[in-house]
Design a protein around this ligand. Structure first.
Ligand SMILES: NC(=O)c1ccc[n+]([C@@H]2O[C@H](COP(=O)([O-])OP(=O)(O)OC[C@H]3O[C@@H](n4cnc5c(N)ncnc54)[C@H](O)[C@@H]3O)[C@@H](O)[C@H]2O)c1
Length: 412
């Protein structure tokens, strides 16, 4: 980890007075958590390496879309409940420390436990014995117990807990207040202390052992990923039979409770679902066949669409417009978005690929919707942002896997 100095304009010095510290507090998991605790009257040390995000928060701006967060941020700043720090040495030495850094997967789709290990290593000199250390982000099974043992081997006696984040990105504030919190501790004291911390913001606590809690989080995300794959596969089967899957799905779901949870087809992506499915695959020695199949289907859907377009058009003469670059609707997050897979693949075939998104600000190539629609020969609805529902697509042929555009010139 690179240790950076926070400019004095952002730094807040009285770190010892915080009720708790959130490492990665300016990230997607961190911000809703920080603001939820602050809304309950706690003072939070927001510790993060990202200086831009910290200074945005300090000036009352959110670094990304988080629905319902603006009001809470304004109140937290007004009431002086946020302390901004960027160095491990600036964490509060009393009160719990919550770590939102997880285990990403590497190029072999295997978990990289050293990321969380490294994060703990640099915090260690500043953590006090008996302090509660809460691991918050998705972890490879066994990581919490492993960290606990790792700390003991260094003669450190912290109360280690794992309390997984299960929010839907962009809607964390609302979900944290509504959903039960799974809590697990490596000792009864750690579990009890973590439970009383999360009782402040969650309506209910459900306790598990750490490895059970790790699996609960991974199973939840993998299940969702597989659900999307099932409906995406049905979509492709129906399409290959020349049928309208949306029409079949609507009839299947109509007043039929056992089918009511089948999701619509769509591009299933983002920083968590595939990564977490791959962690389970790695744990199962690559024998999580449903998970592997889900990855092939979900990641393959854009490839099917491109193949379909190549059968219909000589793409070398065609400009393709991509509508929506965020990985899901109504947010600005492009991490692991399949829109960029479309862009990459189509760049190999098409005359030009134009992109637009009403929320994304991090991509300098984006153009206004009207320009993309006007200049494109064919459009792909990549992200089902609500504003596209009634957009004037000028009768251009459009691919809408989501089944969202009712009056458009749909080609599949
Ligand atoms: N985004 C979600 O909705 C969501 C939901 C559940 C679980 N998760 C999991 O939570 C983890 C974090 O995801 P995220 O979406 O919040 O990522 P993110 O990139 O938005 O946030 C991580 C933050 O941590 C900061 N950071 C990284 N290393 C640090 C360190 N050593 N010290 C201090 N700050 C550090 C980064 O600057 C960043 O602001 C991932 O493992 C993810 O799978 C995410």
């Amino acid at each position: 980890m690179t240790v950076v100095d926070l400019p004095t304009a952002i730094r807040t010095t009285d770190t010892q007075t915080a009720d708790l510290t959130v490492i990665g507090g300016a990230g997607h998991v961190g911000i809703p958590l920080v603001l939820s605790f602050a809304a309950k009257g706690l003072t939070v040390n927001v510790n993060d390496l990202n200086l831009d995000s910290l200074s945005a928060l300090k000036s009352g701006r959110l670094p990304f879309i988080e629905h319902g967060a603006e009001k809470l941020l304004e109140a937290a700043l007004r009431e002086n409940r946020l302390i901004f720090t960027s160095k491990p040495s600036e964490i509060s030495n009393s009160g719990p420390v919550i770590v939102t850094i997880g285990t990403p997967v590497d190029e072999f789709l295997n978990p990289e436990r050293h990321v969380i290990q490294h994060c703990i290593d640099v915090l260690l000199p500043y953590l006090k014995n008996n302090q509660l250390l809460v691991l918050r982000s998705t972890l490879y099974p066994g990581t919490t117990d492993w960290i606990n043992e790792y700390l003991k081997r260094r003669d450190r006696n912290l109360k280690v807990a794992f309390c997984p984040e299960r929010i839907v990105q962009g809607y964390g504030i609302e979900e944290l207040a509504r959903m039960p919190q799974i809590v697990s501790g490596t000792t009864p004291e750690a579990a009890e202390e973590a439970s009383s911390l999360f009782r402040t913001i969650a309506p209910e606590i459900v306790t598990l052992d750490p490895i059970e809690a790790e699996f609960a989080k991974l199973f939840g995300n993998a299940y969702r990923y597989i659900e999307f794959a099932v409906t995406n596969q049905f979509y492709l089967i129906a399409k290959s039979a020349g049928l309208d899957y949306q029409r079949i799905l609507k009839a299947m779901k109509y007043n039929y409770p056992r089918a009511k949870n089948i999701p619509k087809p769509g591009y299933s992506a983002g920083p968590c679902l595939m990564k977490d499915t791959m962690q389970l695959t790695a744990f199962a020695r690559n024998e999580f066949t449903l998970g592997n199949a889900a990855m092939l289907v979900n990641e393959g859907l854009p490839l099917h669409i491109v193949a379909d377009l190549r059968r219909r058009y000589d793409l070398s003469k065609i400009t393709v417009g991509l509508l929506g670059m965020a990985f899901k609707s109504e947010i600005d997050d492009v991490r692991s978005s399949l829109s960029y897979k479309f862009k990459k693949v189509l760049n190999g075939y098409a005359h030009a690929v134009l992109t637009t998104d009403p929320f994304v600000t991090a991509d300098p190539d984006l153009l206004p919707l009207d320009e993309v629609v006007g200049r494109s020969d064919v459009l792909i609805l990549c992200t089902p942002h609500n504003s596209y529902r009634f957009a004037d697509l000028k009768g251009k042929p459009v691919v809408d896997v989501w089944g969202m555009l009712e009056n458009a010139n749909l080609i599949c």
